[in-house]
Every structure is written in structure tokens, then in C-alpha cells.
Design a protein around this ligand. Structure first.
Ligand code: NAP
Length: 277
């Protein structure tokens, strides 16, 4: 593609950020639609999110993806927040609405869209267990309740963070117990247990043998692509997905905020697979 005076700019801001796969996903999507824009990774140190937002305003950027350590600190620099970003206290995307810079969070809706896409199911009326209560779990729990899940039970190591996740979900989720796994339609691992290159790389967050045969297991981890939990779920014959799906669909929602166009999701999935190999 030719970069011209018409070309618009988008970026991911974070620290560190050079490992991000977002440039490949968004640039593949821009190319697929012939949308004249380029997406780059900008290393922005902790405490400098406000300057990044000023630059976005001054240089007329399309928008930013926002990753650690800026997700909470960028809130004060936005002109307004979506209800989701406000409830979660975290922004993963900023976009323009006229002269306003709006902070949004697409992690939860991206997770739900990924499950519905990958398994051709509706979250509506599902019994869901979320294991973990950090930022990703909160986003997922809120989106699951908004998508009409019948029950969202949160199992977490520390009770106070589980309570915060329930509050972020507008009170529509509840504290879960291991016994809830026996009647779950969907179980989400939102802990780092099973993540590669960590002390927990061979750990599983729960035993999938207790799940019903029809249950779906969603692991938010994408390094490795098959965690020990997903390997056990596969041996049991359960439907399962890794975190690539959430990664792609949260990016697709950001792309749509910036461009006003439907994201070419299959192209973005292909780009993610190509990067991960
Ligand atoms: P976080 O805010 O640090 O939360 C981590 C959660 O895991 C907390 O609830 C924590 O429990 C729990 N946990 C940590 N170590 C544990 C252990 N040894 N035993 C039991 N529970 C433990 O992290 P996050 O940002 O939510 O991320 C969670 C996972 O989602 C990570 O694997 C991350 O890579 C993944 N993720 C994926 C995507 C995607 O696009 N696919 C996006 C975001 C995150 P306490 O509350 O008790 O500390």
C-alpha cells in the first residue's frame, strides 16, 4: 500500500509494547478493506499516557489500543468513557467521537464474540463459571451478564477481588464454588495458570473431568496455544478454545470504533495465526 498525505495513523501504546501482535492484526484488516491507515506500536512509559492522548488530539490519530501499564491511568485523560470502561475502571481502546476522545474497553465483548463465533452458540441462558477475578475476568464477567448468561459464578483465590468482579458486572454475577463446575455450560480460565515461561506453566486452574460432556472450556492464555488445561479438555473430548479468539475479537471491536466499518474478522484471525505460527 502507498502511504500518502491521506494516510491515517493508529497505534498500541504500552510499556513494554514491542512484543505486541496488534500491528499485524490491524494492518491486515486495513489492507483487506483498502482503508488508508497504518497501525504501529508506540512504547509509552508509565505515567506518560496523558501526553499520548494529547498527541492523539494534536496529530489527529484515528485511535489507540491501550495496554499495560496505562489501562487505568489513561482514564483521567479521556473526555468521556463508555459505561463498560467506567464500570471496569480500565480502558483498552481510545477513539474519537467528533472532538471528544472516548475511552472504551472491548475485552469482554471481544471474549463473548469469540466464543459465539468459534462454537456457533449464543451465551444467552448459559451457566458460566469464570475462574479468576482480575482485569480479564472482570471484563468477561460483565460482558457475559450483558449477553444474557443465565448464571455467572466467579471462583477466585482471594474473596475481595471476586467481590470487585461481581460489582463490575453490575451485581449480576455471584461468588462461585468448585461444585458449580458440574453444571457449567462454559468455563473460563482467567488466571495465569498454564501460561508458558512462568512458574505456573504446568498448572491447571481446575479439573476438567468434573465438567458436563457438552461444556465449553475457554482459556484466555494464548502462550502456549495449548495449555495443560486445554490438553486435558481435548483428551476428554470437550469443545475448547485458547486466548487467540479473545485477542482477535477485542481488536476487531476497536477497529470498528476507529473506522466505522465491519472488521474483516477472518483476515484478522489469519494474521494472528501467521504471527503465532
Ligand atoms: P490479573 O489482573 O493479574 O488477574 C489474575 C487472576 O488470576 C487473579 O484473579 C488472581 O487471583 C488469579 N491468580 C494468579 N495467580 C494465581 C494462582 N497461582 N492461583 C490461583 N489464582 C491465581 O490478570 P489479567 O490481566 O486478568 O489476566 C488473566 C489471564 O488472562 C492471563 O493469563 C492473561 O494472559 C489472560 N488475558 C488474555 C487476553 C486475551 O486477549 N486473550 C486479554 C487479557 C488477559 P487473586 O485475585 O487472588 O490474586
Amino acid at each position: 500500500m502507498t502511504i500518502s498525505a491521506q494516510t491515517r495513523l493508529a497505534a498500541v501504546i504500552g510499556w513494554p509494547v514491542r512484543h505486541s501482535m496488534s500491528p499485524e492484526l490491524h494492518n491486515a484488516a486495513f489492507a483487506e478493506l483498502g482503508f488508508d491507515a497504518v497501525y504501529v506500536a508506540l512504547p509509552v512509559p508509565e505515567g506518560a499516557a496523558a501526553q499520548a492522548v494529547q498527541a492523539m488530539r494534536a496529530f489527529d490519530w484515528l485511535g489507540f489500543s491501550v495496554t499495560m501499564p496505562h489501562k487505568a491511568m489513561i482514564i483521567d485523560s479521556c473526555d468521556d468513557l463508555t459505561d463498560t470502561a467506567r464500570a471496569l475502571g480500565a480502558v483498552n481502546c481510545v477513539f474519537r467521537d467528533g472532538d471528544q476522545i472516548i475511552g472504551d474497553n472491548t475485552d469482554g465483548s471481544g471474549f463473548v464474540a469469540g466464543v459465539e463465533h468459534d462454537f456457533s452458540v449464543s451465551i444467552d441462558a448459559m451457566n458460566v463459571v469464570v475462574v479468576g477475578a482480575g482485569g480479564a475476568a472482570r471484563a468477561a464477567a460483565r460482558a457475559l451478564t450483558q449477553a444474557g448468561a443465565g448464571d455467572v459464578a466467579i471462583i477466585n483465590r482471594s474473596a475481595d477481588r471476586a467481590a470487585k468482579a461481581i460489582a463490575a458486572a453490575g451485581g449480576a454475577a455471584r461468588i462461585g464454588h468448585r461444585s458449580d463446575l458440574g453444571s457449567a455450560d462454559l468455563v473460563v480460565n482467567a488466571t495465569p495458570l498454564g501460561m508458558g515461561d512462568t512458574a505456573y506453566s504446568s498448572s491447571v486452574p481446575f479439573d476438567p473431568s468434573v465438567l458436563p460432556d457438552h461444556a465449553i472450556v475457554a482459556d484466555l492464555i494464548y502462550h502456549p496455544l495449548e495449555t495443560p488445561l486445554l490438553a486435558e479438555a481435548r483428551v476428554r473430548g470437550l469443545r475448547a478454545q485458547n486466548g487467540v479468539s479473545m485477542l482477535v475479537f477485542q481488536a476487531a471491536a476497536q477497529f470498528e470504533r476507529w473506522t466505522g466499518r465491519d472488521a474483516p474478522v477472518e483476515t484478522m484471525i489469519g494474521a494472528a495465526r501467521a504471527v503465532i505460527g
